[in-house]
Design a protein around this ligand. Structure first.
Ligand SMILES: Cc1cc2nc3c(=O)[nH]c(=O)nc-3n(C[C@H](O)[C@H](O)[C@H](O)COP(=O)(O)O)c2cc1C
Ligand code: SF4
Ligand code: SF4
Length: 262
């Protein structure tokens, strides 16, 4: 099958998913369309894809699921029997039902998932977990996966075939974290955190606060703050990170992928 255009469309508050989605697109074709769905306005824009296109859909794993954002991660994307590659990034613990959830989302939006994959990136709560990933070994695997996707497109996907990914339906329940970032007195009200927040949880009028009903704990605001005023203080982010390191620093997890087969 001849593909006229490849698009990498991903939600990636701290860049781990972006690195893999773009890495895969670059391994597939010399030039591709890049759609970063992290910003609400980009996410809300309606986009249609034809049957001769290939779309890479990427998102991080949050507590074994996809991030729960208003309007959905891919709610404005509409495929017309468009082949898609699903991709999740996770912080070396597990991806549980997230890849299966993405496969289901993909089908609901008119895409036909021909391949699905899970990759390891730095953990949002501790840069020590998954540090330096994607590394050369991951990039080698991205190239190998891209080769298998290309071969599948050339031979043709068997009718009705979808990748057999791990996971359960009903999915594990959405779990929200019991903490949220806020700013301390170092805040200079530059509002970069407001612009970085993917769910509108920080109001421009009071950027030191956080709407806990909206916040998904992605920590994009913490990364964006130029004076390190924004962090999780209750409990301290360092303690959260240390707890995660104790549980998920080792063993090193490796990428996995699944192709649509009969
Ligand atoms: C709220 C939250 C929950 C997370 N849950 C998991 C998880 O269940 N398993 C895991 O391995 N990593 C988990 N992570 C880590 C992220 O999946 C990982 O860091 C991901 O690569 C972040 O993607 P991004 O850099 O594209 O934002 C979680 C991160 C956050 C913020
Ligand atoms: S990015 Fe930091 S300094 Fe700027 S408004 Fe937000 S918390 Fe304040
Ligand atoms: S306020 Fe919450 S959702 Fe918004 S960027 Fe910060 S951590 Fe992410």
């Amino acid at each position: 099958m001849k593909i006229s255009r490849v698009t990498a469309a991903y939600f990636s508050p701290t860049g781990g998913t972006k690195a893999y989605a773009e890495g895969l697109a670059a391994a597939l074709v010399p030039s591709y369309a890049d759609v970063n769905l992290t910003a609400p306005l980009v996410r809300a824009k309606a986009r249609e894809f034809g049957p001769d296109e290939l779309v890479i859909l990427g998102a991080p794993v949050y507590a074994g699921r996809l991030p729960a954002v208003e309007g959905g991660l891919f709610g404005a994307l509409r495929g017309h029997d468009t082949p898609a590659v699903c991709l999740v990034s996770y912080g070396n613990r597990a991806y549980d039902d997230a890849l299966l959830e993405m496969l289901d989302l993909c089908a609901a939006q008119g895409f036909h998932c021909i391949a699905a994959s899970a990759w390891i990136a730095p953990h949002t709560f501790s840069g020590k977990i998954g540090a330096g990933r994607p590394d050369e070994a991951d990039r080698e695997k991205l190239r190998a996966f891209a080769g298998e996707v290309r071969a599948l497109l050339e031979t043709g996907v068997p009718d009705g075939a979808v990748p057999a990914v791990p996971g359960h339906r009903p999915y594990c329940p959405v779990k929200r974290m019991p903490f949220h970032p806020e700013a301390d007195r170092r805040c200079i009200r530059c509002r970069r955190c407001v612009a970085a927040c993917p769910v509108g949880a920080i109001s421009p009028a009071s950027p030191e606060k956080t709407d806990s009903t909206r916040c998904i704990d992605c920590l994009a605001c913490v990364h964006a703050c130029p004076v390190h005023a924004r962090s999780v203080y209750q409990p301290p982010l360092a303690d959260i990170g240390a707890g995660c390191e104790k549980a998920f620093l080792t063993p090193r997890r490796e990428p996995e992928w699944f192709l649509a087969r009969r």
